[in-house]
Design a protein around this ligand. Sequence first.
Ligand code: GLV
Ligand code: MN
Ligand code: MN
Length: 418
Amino acid sequence: MSAAPRAEMHGDAAAMAAEAMALIEDLAAISDEPGRLTRLYLSASHRRAADHVRAQMIEMGLATSIDAAGTVVGRYEGSRPGMPALLLGSHIDTVRDAGRFDGALGVAVALAVVANLARRNRRLPFAIEILAFGDEEGIRFPSTLAGSRAIAGSFDLSTLADRDADGISLADALRAFGSDPAAIAAAARRPQDVLGYIEVHIEQGRVLEHANQAVGLVSGISGATRLGVTVEGVSGHAGTLTMPDRRDALCGAAEMVLAIEDVARGCEQVVATVGRLVAEPGAVNVVPGKVAFTLDLRTFRDAERRRVLGEILERCDAIAGRRGLELHHEVFYDQPTTVCDRALKAGLAATLSRLGLDPIEIQSSAGHDGLALAALFPMAMLFVRCKDGVSHHPDESVSPADIGTAGVVLRHFLEALH
Ligand code: GLV
Ligand code: MN
Ligand code: MN
């Protein structure tokens, strides 16, 4: 690389990193829970975060809106108004007790890059729209990716009746947020208006750390299946019900959880997680009569995921049968593995190479909004190095220098795109 672009890179990188970090810190302070970062889809804190992102977009001179699924949209026109748009973005919802980079990083880098273009009054031969989605984590309602599915025209209107743990329906939560559920279909984009979608995201793994590099490419996003499982036994008195007479739903569920772990451990590149388990009636002196738990199952090979799910259900059935329990399950999310667009990926790879970086490709085991968007538009992602691979945890960390590099890569890619 010549001396000139390297010098230019430093100034740009530092400025974009500082701007992106400032927004990431702002968003980290907007939480549903004091003392830890939890920002669930359509919560009061999601609304505050959306308003904050929108205010930043307005300050940058973007045309803004919040669509009916709660996605914040900021449009930077191209060399002529009304040109097809390249979509950039990520999500501003979080898991419970989250880190500050998962999602916020991609929104913040996109804003910093577009602010850089706007300051130089650099108009491109296409518009850019920055999207801040609200439902990538999918932990409030059974359905997931409501925002990106609305944009892709694949939002399932029947999910409006889904309820969260407090019994609030998705439709009512949208209304409380200030959105009109009846307008969701109108949020869908036409393929001819969109050139593609590019997302910057924290890697959530250690490939880049091991390669000692700030930024890499995503080759594809792992498919996932999520289920609700219910185990029914018979509740009874913890003192008087003898052990042989019990049909304890929690003991059965415990055995199932370990069987799930055992099945997944026996398969390569399969991960299975029971992330939530509720026993009823939930009293110290009552044998649990009913247990509900969730299962999240992922692997890159869709056929393997179906096979493993079958094996897990067989093992759980056998446990239920042996213990006199009833077993029910309902798949509430099933997303096939999605590959990133070859042409967009090649463009990003060429940019990385031009900047002296190795175009390392990483498979994403985490889900992203690109899963929904890829059905309609070309989709690609950049990963940014993640300290120790830690994510979905308050210790999640990305260095400002790496954020600056991500900004430079994205800006160079955009300016080279015709
Ligand atoms: C989202 O982060 C997911 O992969 O579940
Ligand atoms: Mn994410
Ligand atoms: Mn996440």
